[in-house]
Design a binder for this molecule. Structure first.
Ligand code: AMP
Length: 363
């Protein structure tokens, strides 16, 4: 099939790298003709809100999908009218709005922290009184990797926090005292077959994912079951087709859903070598309406993100068991330019590999 992917970043590139062995070919819509996915398919260069570019992109496609969620609703609707598209508009709309997302989790019976919508400094001060402090203020839309966020330690921080997010509509959330952060990657096919991979334990710094291990280590069996079940419920309630990720805080009171991404996710990159079928391949299978592959773990797995630049490439390649994924991007501070995966027969070996990789990567 000819598969169209809206967005030509590293996620699009890895979707194609998984789909090409199955006999599919790929076309991307991206403003940058030299985007990371240009190495693995053709690129229609154009903005996501450019109707003419969208028509050129959609022409002759068998199916279409997305590698990121901040696609204008009008683009999603037009694409759906031209070609079978997955996931659907509902999955994207819920994930694009942090209030809608939290309400959706709550309606699915999934625990969320206290939250309120705020659209002025006065509203923020009032919400602060009800939600309590510490709290986190996040822009309602277009936030990712910790961008558009401010922590309020007390009500005195209201003016500075409001300035920091640029005075746009926001969500104020109670700060969650968490033991660790986990995510669950789930995939759902058109026929309703839904599967999850092993729970991922994630470490963020500066709002950016740094490392993942799977299966999660510091989460009890009950919390793990709760997270796996919640992700599956989200996929089912959305009627989602394709991969989605749900991120949770593991707190003393159980798992608290933080956010979802209706797409393949950075915390699932370990599945390339660590699972029988990767998140990327199962996403392609789901979108192309083909049977899903096993999500079983091959062995304890890990992933270290490369942020800013690819450091000491030869050293990384020399680590036994390490698998380098270089996205071919220009270095830039804070930019995800690659990741290194490992998968071992037992967790001690995996941990030793992670230590060596992290020693090379630094930071
Ligand atoms: P997000 O953009 O919502 O994924 O936030 C990025 C990171 O900031 C999360 O992975 C957490 O490490 C931290 N964070 C965000 N929201 C909260 C919260 N309500 N309580 C505690 N930490 C948070």
């Amino acid at each position: 099939m000819l598969v169209g992917v809206v967005g030509g970043g590293q996620l699009g590139r890895m979707i194609a790298l998984a789909g090409i062995p199955l006999g599919h070919s790929f076309r991307f819509l991206d403003p940058d003709p030299r985007c990371p996915a240009a190495a693995v398919g053709s690129v229609v260069a154009g903005g996501f809100d450019d109707p003419a570019a969208l028509e050129r992109f959609a022409e002759g496609l068998d199916v279409a999908t997305f590698e990121f969620e901040n696609v204008p609703a009008a683009t999603v609707e037009r694409l759906q009218s031209l070609v079978p598209t997955a996931p659907g508009a509902r999955s994207l709309a819920v994930a694009q709005d942090r209030i809608r997302e939290k309400e959706f989790f709550r309606d699915c019976g999934i625990r969320v922290q206290a939250f309120e919508a705020v659209s002025s400094e006065t509203e923020l001060a009032a919400a602060c009184g009800r939600v309590g402090t510490p709290a986190v203020l996040k822009t309602l839309r277009l936030g990712y990797d910790g961008k558009g966020q401010a922590v309020l330690r007390s009500a005195r921080d209201v003016p500075a926090a409001w300035r920091a997010v640029g005075g746009v509509p926001c969500i104020l959330e109670a700060f969650v005292e968490f033991g660790c952060e986990v995510s669950v990657i789930a995939v759902r096919a058109r026929d309703g077959d839904a599967r999850t991979w092993a729970t991922c334990q994630n470490v963020h710094r500066g709002g950016i994912l740094r490392r993942t291990v799977a299966p999660a280590v510091d989460v009890g069996a009950d919390a793990e079951r709760e997270a796996l079940d919640a992700a599956r419920r989200v996929a089912e309630a959305l009627g989602h087709v394709g991969v989605l990720a749900v991120e949770f805080f593991v707190s003393a009171g159980g798992v608290v859903a933080n956010e979802m991404a209706p797409r393949v996710h950075n915390s699932g990159h370990w599945t390339i070598e660590g699972a029988v079928t990767s998140q990327f391949e199962n996403h392609v299978r789901a979108v192309c309406d083909e049977p899903l592959g096993s999500t079983d773990l091959r062995g304890p797995s890990g992933m270290v993100n490369l942020i800013g630049s690819v450091p000491r490439r030869a050293d990384l390649l020399a680590v036994p068991g390490a698998r380098l994924h270089d996205y071919g991007k220009e270095p830039r501070p804070g930019r995800k330019v690659g990741h290194v995966n490992c998968c071992a027969a037992d967790a001690r070996v995996r941990d030793a590999q992670m230590r060596v990789i992290e020693g090379i990567v630094g930071g």
